[in-house]
Write a protein that binds this ligand. Sequence first.
Ligand SMILES: Nc1ncnc2c1ncn2[C@@H]1O[C@H](COP(=O)(O)OP(=O)(O)OP(=O)(O)O)[C@@H](O)[C@H]1O
Ligand SMILES: [Mg+2]
Length: 345
Amino acid sequence: MNSEINTADSQDILLEVKGLKTHFLLSEGVLKAVDGVDFTISKGESLGLIGESGSGKSVTAMSLLSLISSPGEIVGGSINLHYDDEKIDITSLNPSGKDIRKIRGNDLAMIFQEPMTSLSPVHTIGAQLEEAIFLHRTKNKSEARVIAIDMLRCAGIANPEQRFNAYPHQLSGGMRQRAMIAIALSCQPKILIADEPTTALDVTIQAQILDLIKDLQAQFNMAVLYITHDLGVIAEVCDNVAVMYLGKIVEYGAVREIFKNPKHPYTISLLKSRPRMTKRGTERLASIEGSIPIPIDLPFQCRFADRCSEVMLGRCDIAEPEMSQAGNKPGNNHWVRCFLNEKLD
Ligand SMILES: Nc1ncnc2c1ncn2[C@@H]1O[C@H](COP(=O)(O)OP(=O)(O)OP(=O)(O)O)[C@@H](O)[C@H]1O
Ligand SMILES: [Mg+2]
């Protein structure tokens, strides 16, 4: 099923992930954080990656940038970056070599949930921006300063000339997030990976940061991989969404289609657990039965079987479902990994 998931023109594809497996070799056993993940990202696309805590979203993102360190390891699959005349498989590069360093920033850049973990506390925002610009854009110092100040302005930082000389601790949380976005975007990456970039912020700042990413995406024609557990964020900014559970994508499709017509019981539960206003006011939130297990020594069965309200004993507990197309329309860009979908067919 893997390559069929995407219906975009192959010439528009920027990134193609196939059968990605990233495991952690622990003394208790092999923790299969990412265990056969497939997706593609096309030019200008916003793809949302959603799933409960521990489903493998961040490990997927870190794998794309080859930032997995021991005891973690990419043990299978490929991550192909498409250029006009060639493809480069990131998994084949030395994780600390110069080729991947060039890709980080130039092609793929990442913003993290907590900016203080990626900003250096002992360098000014300006110095950190200039360093990124020197590495990827220009060696000319005064030109780099102009680009840096311009990026701070683009990221919505008022008085960028003064803020250029500020240290991260002198900025508010929202401003630090903006500074990190400015650094990530200063190299004009083709794909921005945003891993929960707004969860540490209050709601108004959250909305501003989302708007900022959307604006910059349009301005620079950038693709964005948006990682979040917030379905509202997905609805607001994404074209397509991949729902992840225990190391696998269990449902994939256009956001509108998935919200309107979810197929996987896990996606249905996620949607039900979202706060909504109804005619009768607010409703009590549904929660998903049980909790996500640690992916060590998982039995060979559907990964959601133990928590699924629709489980079919003798089917879901003895085999793992493959991804299959949902609905009867040929070319329907909606895929689901569930035996119920096969039954309906
Ligand atoms: N360095 C590590 N060593 C061991 N296990 C790890 C490591 N990093 C992640 N894991 C495990 O991999 C699995 C996936 O973790 P990951 O951080 O990708 O989850 P996530 O979907 O990003 O969750 P969250 O929404 O909480 O950020 C989890 O079971 C986690 O405990
Ligand atoms: Mg995470």
